[in-house]
Design a binder for this molecule. Sequence first.
Ligand code: FES
Ligand SMILES: [Fe+2]
Length: 354
Amino acid sequence: MFIRNCWYAAALSRELTATQPLARTVICEPLVLFRKRDGSPVALEDRCCHRHTPLSIGRCEGDSIRCMYHGLRFDAAGRCVEIPGQLSIADSMRVRAYPVHETAGWLWVWMGDAQRADTRILPIPPWFDCEDWDMRYGMIELKAGYTLINDNLCDFSHTAFVHEKTFAGGERTFAETLPQITSLERGIRVERWITDRRTIEEWLPEDAAPQPSAPPRLDQWIAYDYLVPGVMIMRVEMHAAGTGQRQALRAPSQEPLHANLGIHAVTPVTSDTSRYYYSLGPRSCETRATPGLASEMFAAAVNGFEEDRRTVEAQQENLRRWPLADMQAIRHDRGVLLMSSVMQRLQNEEGDSC
Ligand code: FES
Ligand SMILES: [Fe+2]
């Protein structure tokens, strides 16, 4: 049901302090995260091998974590290294350790075969540099399965309706035009122009407008990769109206008036609950000129994500009521179907190998 050999977002870096263990469930497996003295993160199964008490209610001690029931202490590899009142420790006294990697303000865990953990397939693109972008970070818990959220993010036609008054700015172009979609090895690429849309000032608060002298209508370029297991790397640019047509609706080659980046990750908690982590922000050069821009944009985006949450949770509820009813496909489902076939292929390849 879940792909295992991939990196799942387990937490935002800021959530994991130097001293407190953090409990997180990823693909139905409870984990405890903690930091070693040098700050590097550790992920272990959240279950003491003695009497199964969660380690997440234990205590960080140096590079290890102590279960605060009978005091067993586990190192970062999951080996029990201390049993109070007992000198010998059997080799079987251990808990599973998961590969964990921290980058760009995110903590990623590898839920499959540890030997196959490969940082080259981390969804964060190598070109991403925190210095270039003024990112803000957040997370939403959803009472909905992760596939419904992946579906939502692979088809932005919903913007016209779910986000009618926020991201869509009252326009239906998102639903009335189709994006370019191409297949990638581990996902899909979605690209489109929304031409001649309202100025950015109309969907951002007035004092957050990055270009007060911008023309009254703008062309918006939206391009994202949606990658296994549910990570979206999205760049949005605003250009003077007419740019999209001049570029023959291909990727812009000129400097935008405004650009922002979004990195979003959907992590299954259980089969019907998920966490949606997100980070987004404009270019740092823009916020140096307009200091309020990043937080205003972030607040606007959080409102929009709440609209998604309400819709997808209501959809999940109806799927419970009508578990056997078929879904009917429309043209806008192309990205959704391509992405689910990538997920299916990787699940099939994994088979029982984990
Ligand atoms: S349950 Fe952890 S030490 Fe006993
Ligand atoms: Fe949405």
